[in-house]
Design a protein around this ligand. Structure first.
Ligand code: ADP
Ligand code: TZD
Ligand code: MG
Length: 577
């Protein structure tokens, strides 16, 4: 061997190398993404281990959909994309539902899935868990990318992050074929190829004309109303929202997850007079809320006479304007920039709405709250929704930092209207689609991201969609108290199938012992048959910080079909027995 060749060999031996595994981890960490929610398996098992070894928090779930729901809500809570990691084909598809959910809700999330090699997928040669994942993800998310070469990992991760958080946030799919993980390159070149995303969600200022127009429309209103949506909660400019509402003196209502942006006990909160303000207002200002089905598209009887209202809307997505109703004053920009501009231009002589309007709303709120109070104090056994939720209302009031996760039908609708929230982003629920099954993933991410106590108020059906994750809650010893409203069924537990032996489609095993599920994994499990039992068990759970399941036995006849949205439920009138 010549001296020349030997020296090359020595240089190679000394060259420091990196690989796809390390580069992906480094790229995520460089951008402050330190938590991964996922399920291990081929080809990402070692990746999960290595991420953990590199100091990342890797939360391993029992099903990818729950990991994905965790990543989605982590994105909502932190304004950084929540990361979900899955195996190929079936694992990817399980995570994809959550990615679509994040996109629908305008929350930033990145679904990273391992995949098969292009050569095999494109010739459809039948690889282990083969699927053209990129093509399938594309129509269901905001953007989808694939990285084929280790030197492109930095750019691939950067693009995914920017696409997820910029403008209207949403879900991004990142496809990583198995061979990418093992690709080796020079460590110094690898480090240089990484990208720290600069200003991932740049401020978007509204034009001065748009600000003037919006202020003119608001000034011309006699009965204005503000609707705060979860976009306003996501924006994390809570003080500005409060200043704007208080300076304008305009009464407001909050969409489900915007509750608590200002305390629900605020003088201007018109939640308990929702029907009155929707019908009677002459001008509605939407802040981070869409006129979708949740607001009956801004039309119909509950919105008063057609054409009786002007609309002002703040949204970061210009395409949202005029989607359901003509918007008289669109303010396209981020909520922080828009509110700052409005506040600057309002001046000190702003005329608040007359007492005729705000006084009438206050009277209605007080009357409705007084009418509800005795129902919430009832001590009935079996419990109804009001008796049980009256206690939870008190507990949440005593623990303003606790995060309330909520899903179900009656369990959701009653809890939303009964339990006051006093701080922003403390109410997490089924979102825009009204999805059942977000509960445990949401509860886990809420605990992991904030460290705060979590109370998950779950319909028994809703819980079932993600129930196995109680093991995850116990394994990571999270301060989650799951409160199951067990009415032995979907909407009610009383339906009977007149046609045969099988149970009716909407009923479950009667008074199932859900509390034993948490006990099975070392957590606490309690059955509550009275409001007193319920209150004691939940207070104990919060005090101990232990994983706890409170199985609340609710009167199976207490609920109504589809809760508050029964009107959307087509029912046959022909030949029905
Ligand atoms: P809700 O269900 O509470 O009514 P939606 O999810 O329907 O809320 O609407 C949220 C809206 O907020 C979306 O249209 C989204 O584009 C918008 N949005 C999200 N973040 C921002 C932001 N930072 N600035 C302005 N608009 C935002
Ligand atoms: N599947 C998915 C993914 N989302 C859904 N929303 C539904 C099915 C349909 N659905 C509802 O809209 S609410 C609900 C289902 C199955 C369950 C309601 O029962 P519950 O709550 O036990 O959770 P209540 O208190 O009994 O009403
Ligand atoms: Mg139920």
């Amino acid at each position: 061997m010549s001296a020349n060749v030997q020296s090359i060999n020595t240089a190679e031996a000394e060259q420091e190398l990196t690989d796809g595994f390390h580069l992906i981890i480094d790229a995520l960490k460089l951008n402050g993404l330190n938590t991964i929610y996922g399920v291990p398996g081929i080809p990402i098992t070692d990746f999960g281990r290595m991420a953990q070894a590199a100091g990342m928090r890797v939360i391993s779930f029992r099903h990818e959909q729950n990991a994905g729901n965790a990543a989605a809500i982590a994105g909502y809570l932190t304004q950084k994309p929540g990361i979900c990691l899955t195996v190929s084909a079936p694992g990817f598809l399980n995570g994809l539902t959550a990615l679509a959910h994040a996109t629908t809700n305008c929350w930033p999330m990145i679904l990273i899935s391992g995949s098969s090699e292009r050569e095999i997928v494109d010739l459809q040669q039948g690889d282990y868990e083969e699927m053209d994942q990129l093509a399938i993800a594309k129509p269901l998310c905001k953007a989808a990318y694939r990285v084929l070469h280790a030197e492109d990992i930095g750019i691939g991760v950067a693009r995914a992050i920017r696409a997820a958080v910029t403008g209207r946030p949403g879900g991004v799919y990142l496809d990583l074929p198995a061979s990418l993980f093992g690709q080796v390159m020079d460590a110094a070149a690898g480090e240089k190829s990484l990208v720290k995303v600069v200003d991932p969600a740049p401020a978007q200022f509204p034009g001065p004309d748009a600000v003037t127009r919006a202020l003119d429309v608001l000034k011309g209103a006699k009965k204005p109303l503000i609707i705060l949506g979860k976009g306003a909660a996501y924006a994390q400019c809570d003080d500005l929202v409060r200043q704007f509402v208080e300076k304008t003196g305009i009464p407001y209502i909050a969409m489900s997850m915007a509750k608590g942006l200002l305390p629900d006990t605020h003088d201007l909160y018109a939640g308990a007079a929702r029907s009155l303000v929707l019908k009677e207002s002459d001008c509605v200002m939407l802040i981070g809320a869409r006129l979708n089905w949740l607001l009956s598209h801004g039309k119909g009887k509950q919105w008063g006479a057609p054409g009786s209202k002007k609309f002002v809307q703040i949204d970061i997505d210009p395409k949202e304007m005029d989607s359901n109703q003509p918007i008289d004053a669109p303010l396209v920009g981020d909520i922080e920039s828009c509110l700052t501009a409005l506040l600057e231009r309002m001046g000190d002589d702003w005329a608040k709405p007359s007492n005729d309007w705000t006084g009438a709303i206050r009277d209605k709120v007080e009357a409705n709250v007084a009418r509800m109070a005795p129902k919430l104090q009832n001590n009935n056994v079996p419990m109804d929704y009001h008796g049980a939720l009256g206690r939870l209302k008190r507990i949440v009031a005593d623990h303003p930092d606790a995060i309330l996760v909520n899903e179900g039908a009656n369990t959701l609708d009653f809890a939303r209207s009964i339990i006051d929230m006093s701080k922003p982003r403390k109410r997490l629920d089924v979102g825009t689609w009204g999805v059942m099954g977000v509960g445990m993933g949401t509860a886990i991410a809420a605990a992991v991201e904030t460290g705060n106590p979590v109370i998950a108020v779950e319909g028994d059906s809703a819980f079932g969609f993600s129930g196995m994750e109680v093991e995850t809650i116990c394994r990571y010893d999270l301060p989650v108290c799951v409160v199951i409203f067990n009415n032995s069924g979907i909407y009610r537990g009383t339906d009977v199938n007149e046609a045969g032996e099988d149970p009716a489609t909407t009923v479950f095993v009667k008074e199932a012992k859900y509390d034993l599920m948490m006990q099975a994994f070392g957590g606490e499990g309690v059955t509550a048959t009275s409001p007193d039992d319920l209150e004691r068990a939940v207070r104990d759970a919060i005090a101990s910080g232990r994983p706890t399941m409170v199985n609340v036995i609710i009167d199976p006849a207490a609920g109504t079909e589809s809760g508050r949205i029964g009107n959307l439920n087509p029912q046959s009138v022909v030949g029905k027995k």
